[in-house]
Design a protein around this ligand. Structure first.
Ligand code: ADP
Ligand code: MG
Length: 149
């Protein structure tokens, strides 16, 4: 299983940037972890790696924000959909030509997803532990790429 350890916010941003550079159209990332684990911080790095200049704001109240970079970028935070996973139409994002990052994505019905990479963020005393869990061949490839450099 692949892992990454980030000692501080800056390292997490830099790691996100590396992910952003490797993403391809239709990639889906699910970020899991407690409040404050670093999901939004990682997403900011990913956006930078996708060439997005705009400020990334947490979409908690809007569910989704869309940005234009090297690829269209959909940033979702589904914390608030809670017990009503049908309240948003994921098809709009997941089957487009962009890349999708979903904070709290474990709350969604994963059967909607074909291939996705889960990144679990765990708070540690002095940093954050990231664990990659691929679900499919493309996400496996992505996880390996992240592991090798
Ligand atoms: P989430 O979206 O998971 O709720 P955020 O990214 O919004 O989390 O917040 C992470 C918080 O943790 C920030 O306030 C950040 O400064 C802090 N932090 C402390 N150590 C780290 C680390 N090693 N990596 C990332 N963030 C860290
Ligand atoms: Mg967040």
């Amino acid at each position: 299983m692949s892992m990454f350890y980030s000692q501080n916010e800056k390292q997490l941003l830099a790691f996100g940037e590396k992910i952003g550079q490797k993403l391809k159209a239709q990639d889906v990332l699910i970020l899991t972890g407690d409040l404050g684990a670093g999901k939004t911080t990682l997403t900011k790095g990913i956006a930078k790696g996708l060439g997005i200049k705009q400020m990334i704001k947490s979409p908690t109240y809007t569910i989704v924000r869309e940005y234009e970079g090297r690829l269209p970028f959909y940033h979702l935070d589904v914390y608030r959909i809670g017990d009503d996973p049908d309240s948003i139409d994921l098809d709009d994002f997941l089957f487009g030509d962009g890349v999708t990052v979903i904070e709290w994505g474990e709350l969604l019905d994963a059967s909607l997803l074909d291939d996705y990479l889960t990144i679990r963020l765990d708070k540690k005393e002095d940093g954050r532990q990231l664990t990659f869990i691929p679900h499919g061949s493309r996400s496996q490839e992505l996880a390996e790429e992240l592991d090798y450099d």
